[in-house]
Ligand binder design. Structure first.
Ligand code: M6R
Length: 644
């Protein structure tokens, strides 16, 4: 999501931090900042931040230079609090400055406690909570040390690593942190939990005979200075200075050793973390992205008498009152492209789990067809970018007619997010590839949670069933990982079918939108003709297309409609069609009917769309890659369609 860099050495830190941030800009780009320990200043640490791109930060530092040979920097992709200078990192509290990647789930509770204890907040971020906690703990430990000891130099500065350790023991969620303190010039404290962070040991490549050490959320930031890195493990806290790692403690607070790794990637490959394309990187980011969508939003439902409590956790991150949402008699979902496919899946989910009727409209059609919207209807706009012109205009048209507007967006504070009355952010992180992948699976994840919460509100969903679905969502990142593990087999299938000019994708029920999405992925990046159909529609036309040259991708997952899908497979086979089936692991019938089978872990049928999308993304990716197309920027397409 965001990007972190830290530097301590003998060179001026500002240009190193800014260049590192430039290399991380692809990760997030709504605001940026640095905190540099400048020996000529009081307080020692000078914070420079701005909204916008790194170039603006560079210009600000040029206009108001800061000297100093250690510091931290951050490029932000907003999760808590809109993009603006006050919400940019580093966040300062007292003598502590912090940069942070990730989401602190219990930030609201911690913030309330800190305010009660007299702390004043300057931003809307969860990160400022971390800075205050560290500063508070550090100062109270300092207060415990005898003033005389300190004056005599016996006590010296406090133990910053201990303060960081105590602070993070009070945090829930994911974080990679880099911390500096006025009393510790030349030192950086790095800590991670469920968000990557590494230490770069300087003087590599023989270019520079310098003592210097780096901290970075990803190697791209530091590759021009060093190729020797130490990856921190979850729970690790490291203290570094120019000579290297002074102290490294594991999650239990025991001294730990982590191996060194030599990076051979070029800087460009490093931005893609070694993946050939951003699309592939984003496909592989899905376990993390789905985890972030779920983060802080998975309560345990209780019996029907406790419904009033059910949505509190979910609402905590969104400010949405599900009690009122469930009062709407009809929901209209509006979106374009991949997000429209997510909306189609959302219809199945909300109607079946919450028994609220849902209409799904292409945003471009809705706005011009004099839609029937009544005051108080709920309209849900779904958009990765939050900038799609048709979706925004359709949402606004519905609001004009009296609807309440809810948005599911990835980009925080985007136009659609701002236009809506309420927003649910997916927190997928920046999606660079034009072909949407992690945005889709996180939208499906959000829609599933949304339907479950609504189902509890309407009473259509038993607590036990709701909990089982949320448990399934909790396990989804691991299940996606398992699908990513069969990439090599999917590549072999791609090689077999790379020359095909026409493809059919078939799915039933919740697999129908997945079939549409699979076909769209293939079309947009490989430029071959692909059609998605509801399996039951095959006999009504598309069956005429089938011959031995048309691969038919069939979503044949176990659950409702499975046996009907097997009949469809027979129909394709008897016409000489070639079948690539996506099936549930353990299915021992499918191999007799399909030419190629991709097995995915068994999950609840309501959760299958998230999982089944992944092999179709990989199939499309490998076909396009074999064809040598411009995978990340396919011809004629733009990432956000901000015009009609
Ligand atoms: O940013 P949005 O979700 O509103 O974008 C909608 C479509 O333009 C987008 O999903 C498009 O179809 C993608 N290229 C699909 O991969």
């Amino acid at each position: 999501m965001c990007g972190i860099i830290g530097y301590t050495g003998s060179r001026p830190s500002a240009p190193i931090l800014v260049e590192g941030l430039r290399r991380l800009e692809y990760r997030g780009y709504d605001s940026a900042g640095v905190a540099i320990l400048d020996p000529g200043r009081t307080p020692l640490t000078v914070v420079t931040r701005c909204e916008g791109k790194i170039a603006m930060l560079a210009a600000k530092l040029e206009a108001e230079p800061v000297t100093g040979t250690s510091g931290i920097g951050h490029t932000r992709w907003a999760t808590h609090g809109r993009p603006c200078e006050a919400n940019a990192h580093p966040q300062r509290a007292g003598r502590v400055c912090v940069v942070h990647n990730g989401i602190i789930e219990n930030h609201a509770k911690q913030r309330a406690g800190l305010i009660e204890r007299g702390r004043v907040f300057m931003s809307e971020t969860d990160t400022e909570v971390v800075a205050h906690l560290i500063d508070e703990i550090y100062d109270s430990a300092a207060g415990d040390r005898a003033a005389g000891d300190r004056a005599a130099g016996n006590g010296g500065a406090g133990d910053l690593a201990a303060a960081v350790r105590e602070a993070i023991s009070r945090l829930d969620g994911a974080y990679a942190l880099c911390v500096v303190h006025d009393e510790h010039p030349g030192q950086l404290v790095a800590a991670r939990h469920a968000s990557p962070l590494l230490i770069g040991l300087g003087g590599a490549q023989g270019q520079l005979d310098l003592e210097e050490t780096f901290v970075a959320s990803d190697v791209a930031a530091i590759l021009e200075h060093t190729r020797t890195v130490v990856d921190l493990d979850d729970g690790d806290i490291a203290v570094v200075d120019p000579s290297g790692i002074l102290q490294l403690l594991d999650a239990e607070g025991r001294p730990a050793k982590r191996g060194r790794r030599r990076i051979e990637w070029s800087p460009l490959a490093a931005e893609k973390q070694g993946f050939k394309h951003f699309m592939l990187k984003e496909i592989f980011e899905q376990p993390r992205a789905v985890r972030d969508t779920l983060s802080g939003r998975l309560p345990q439902f209780r019996g029907s008498d406790a419904q009033a409590q059910d949505s509190l956790d979910f609402a905590d991150l969104s400010g949405i009152d599900f009690a009122t949402l469930a009062d709407h008699h009809k929901i209209t979902m509006l979106a374009c492209g991949t997000s429209w496919h997510a909306a189609l899946a959302g219809k199945y989910l909300v109607e079946q789990l919450a028994r609220i009727p849902v209409e799904v409209d292409l945003a471009s059609e809705f706005r011009y067809r004099e839609p029937i919207v009544r005051a108080g209807d709920l309209v849900l706009a779904i958009s990765q970018s939050g900038e799609t012109a048709d979706t925004k205009a359709a949402l606004q048209e519905a609001q004009r007619l009296g609807a309440v507007g809810l948005a599911i967006c990835n980009v925080v504070d985007s136009s659609i997010a701002r236009a809506a009355d309420h927003v649910l952010y997916t927190h997928a992180g920046p999606e660079i590839s034009v072909a949407s992948t992690k945005a889709f699976t996180t939208q499906l994840t959000m829609l599933t949670m949304f339907a479950v919460h609504l189902g509890r509100r309407t009473g259509a969903l038993e607590a036990e069933r709701a909990n089982a679905l949320l448990d399934g969502l909790r396990e989804m990142p691991v299940a996606i990982d398992a699908v990513l593990g069969v990439q090599a087999a999917i590549k072999i299938i791609a090689r077999r079918w790379v020359a095909a000019r026409d493809w059919l994708y078939l799915g039933r029920g919740l697999s129908f939108p997945v079939a549409l999405e699979g076909a769209l992925k293939l079309k947009e990046i490989s430029y071959v003709h692909a059609e998605g159909y509801a399996s039951g529609e095959m006999k009504h036309g598309p069956i005429a297309l089938i011959d031995e040259n048309v691969p038919v991708v069939v979503l044949a997952l176990e659950g409702p409609g499975y046996h009907k899908t097997l009949s469809n497979l027979e129909e394709v086979r008897s016409r000489g069609g070639k079948i690539i089936a996506v099936a549930s692991s353990g299915d021992d019938q499918i191999g007799d009917l399909a030419d190629d089978v991709i097995l995915v872990p068994r999950v609840d049928p309501f959760l299958q769309p998230i999982l089944a999308s992944v092999p179709l993304q990989l199939l499309a990716y490998h076909i396009a890659d074999l064809k040598g197309t411009d995978v990340d920027q396919p011809r004629n397409l733009a990432k956000s369609v901000t015009v009609e």
